[in-house]
Design a protein around this ligand. Sequence first.
Ligand code: ZN
Length: 286
Amino acid sequence: MGFRMANIDGRAALVDGVHYYDVETTSAGGVPSDPMEALTYADELSELQATLDTSEPSGRLADVTLDAPVPRPRNCFGIGLNYADHAAESGMELPTSPVVFTKFPSCIVGPTADVEMRSDGVDYEVELVVVIGLGGKDIAKKDVWDRIVGLTIGQDISDRPVQFSASPPQFNLGKSFDTFGPIGPYLVSPDLVADPSNLRLSTKINDEVRQDGTTSQLIFDIPALVSYISHITTLTTGDLIFTGTPDGVGVSQGKLLQHGDVITSVIQDLGTMTNRCVRVSDYATP
Ligand code: ZN
């Protein structure tokens, strides 16, 4: 059981091999086409995925451009310093409670979107992204996996000068420039992932591997993060949590992103996401 969902021209589609299957068409109207609405039909999507062998494909993945699998989350959270090696390279103490910030939902873009940079201080951070299914309040750790509809790859792109310009630092703006939240390529239901607590994740910039870690290094694991946040704010279907990045970010190596760089993000069982960096105009200084 389980399903692998993409967003093609604003319509939810299931993916199998080289083909995609529009969910509304394939389900004869049983599952809505809107990718946000489709998230509330996880059981139906799993059943539909199991029938794809005998269904007519809607087309070939190679012929289409994928949009963000979760295009309009109500809330989007990021977790800072959630890998010990990354906290160390940042010169920070290990956090004793989760460092939670906002990525504005307006920064979310698809898995092949260009990253538009407005300074020479922009950085990459590959992250496992959790997608909330049935939301709610005060979710117990033991119940968290029942509330997660899927996992996907994310890049928590960060403009370091803006992230650290205020004192004390406020991460939200520097991590929320338009295009700073590529996610995808697919939303993968948790039952198709062998072990979410031990997934290898990496970033390559052009041909150079910069990050290579595993989610087993998370300081606050997924049940802890979802439970903690849900005791503060009600979680809603489609809310996203970027769960933190392993070591190897550019700022710690003096290797920030440059115009034309290609970011390749890979997470085991979830696929590969490729985004090109484009240096656009500068932002206004206050
Ligand atoms: Zn991050």
